[in-house]
Design a protein around this ligand. Structure first.
Ligand code: PMP
Length: 443
């Protein structure tokens, strides 16, 4: 077992400290500037709910490496399983000589994902790669080309997933031309739609666009995040997802749930689709699946998954044995430690804190999310006009006090909270005390 990192915030130097500054200088001279970093501090160790930097500062982690380290960044089962696997072998390539871990991960996905139909899985390395493969599979199954994604969507940075992603800057500008046959439909965004548009109405609006601008006969797949991540932690109004799912079923369109960010206990259910009883045809997972190792998957109805011919799916590293060992250990950790329930506890704690902050600060226009995937949308007081400057100022103030907090949203005005589910209540309260001061000092 690895030594536990002390679970408290501690500022040993200013943020960033001298070692991080030196490393930032080395970074600037050699790493492409297109690769950003939220904070100018370099990590030395991480675990529980804390990241320790190279200057000995202990930061509270409200980001989980963008929703990856759900079980923590050094969960002992994951560390032990990876150690054992790395000593046995690092790689053979599943497409050459397969190994049990891959099959065991597919079995776990079969058991855990929504629906009791016959399923198959294929494993990959990144979320974007899995989304691309879901589209390939849907096209192979339907013989159709078109794909629908939504306003505010984020699905990755490869060519096809850039096309699926909505936001131009920084994800798309200058990087086209993009993959063809991708169409965009309006989402349900309760805060901005207002009370006049319920989930069923928002679904009718989206389906109307799809039917008029694409046509079901040419549509292979509808790809949707059940709670949007990068787009602003947008929870669609109740009924939106089920109505879309039903329309897909009636029209032979493959309904693909991108649960890359929402999956594996993050939202207080194993998968976010479960909150509305939605059973997707294909579900895409990554991030939280493997405790920090790169692994992703497409899981779905056997007849759809098996539409791709032998040899049509794969990749050198897809389902790497270290990542599979980590995934099995991460899943065991989620189940053994009741982390789905822990996500719900975190939801209560964080929502209480955010509701209190909202009472004091008219810039918080909306508080939303599920489980340990929560957000505050900042606006000009009294309306809906986005206030990205306040979101950046609050985040920067929190960073300087040793709290890692991320922003997101089409307008860059959403503070999002994604703590590891291994973070304790004391740590979370300390982080929200810091955030309360950050709100107060930037008003
Ligand atoms: N889909 C969603 C919903 C995501 O949140 C992300 C990553 N933020 C991706 C796809 C892309 O995953 P990756 O960065 O692993 O390619």
């Amino acid at each position: 077992m690895t030594e536990q990192l002390t679970q408290s915030r501690h500022l040993a130097t200013a943020i960033p400290g001298p070692r991080s500054v030196a490393l930032m200088n080395r970074r600037a001279a050699t790493v492409a500037r297109g690769v950003g970093s939220t904070m100018p501090v370099f990590a030395a160790r991480a675990g529980g709910g804390v990241v320790e930097d190279v200057d000995g500062n202990r930061l509270i982690d409200l980001g989980s490496g963008i929703a990856v380290t759900t079980v923590g960044a050094s969960a002992f089962r994951v560390v032990d399983a990876v150690r054992e696997q790395v000593a046995a072998f690092t790689h053979t390539c599943f497409m050459i000589t397969p190994y049990e871990g891959y099959v065991a991960v597919a079995e776990a996905l079969d058991r855990l994902t929504p629906g009791d139909h016959a399923k198959r899985s294929a494993l990959f390395s990144s979320g974007a790669e899995a989304v691309e493969n879901a589209v390939k599979i849907a096209r192979a199954f339907t013989g159709r080309d078109a794909v629908v994604a939504f306003d505010h969507a984020y699905h990755g940075r490869t060519n096809l997933t850039m096309a699926l992603t909505a936001k131009s800057m920084p994800y798309k500008r200058g990087f086209g031309p993009f993959a063809p046959e991708v169409y965009r439909a309006p989402l349900s965004y309760p805060f901005r739609d207002g009370p006049g548009l319920d989930g069923a109405g928002a679904a009718r609006r989206a389906i109307d666009v799809i039917e008029k601008q694409v046509g079901a006969a040419d549509l292979a797949a509808v790809v949707i995040e059940p709670i949007q991540g990068e787009g602003g932690f947008i929870v669609p109004a109740p009924g939106f997802l089920p109505a879309l799912r039903d329309w897909c079923a009636e029209n032979g369109v493959v309904f693909v749930a991108d649960e890359v960010q929402t999956g594996f206990a993050r939202t207080g259910a194993m998968f976010a689709c479960e909150h509305e009883g939605v059973v997707p045809d294909l579900i895409v997972t990554a991030k939280g699946i493997a405790g920090g190792l790169p692994l992703s998957a497409v899981t779905g109805r056997a007849e759809i998954m098996d539409a791709a011919h032998p040899g049509g799916l794969g990749g050198t590293y897809g389902g790497n044995p270290l990542a599979c060992a980590a995934a099995l250990a991460a899943i065991e950790t989620i189940e053994a430690e009741g982390l789905v329930g822990r996500a719900r506890e975190i939801e209560r704690l964080v929502l209480n804190r955010l509701t209190e902050l909202r009472r004091l600060d008219p810039r918080i226009g909306d508080v939303r999310g599920r489980g340990a995937m929560l957000a505050a949308e900042l606006v000009k007081p009294g309306g809906e006009r986005p206030d990205p400057a306040s979101a950046a100022a609050v985040a920067a103030t929190a960073h300087a006090q040793g709290v890692i907090v991320l922003t997101c949203g089409t307008y860059g005005n959403v503070l999002r909270f994604l703590p590891p589910l291994s973070a304790g209540d004391d740590l979370l309260h300390d982080a929200f005390d810091v955030l309360a001061e950050a709100f107060a000092s930037t008003r």
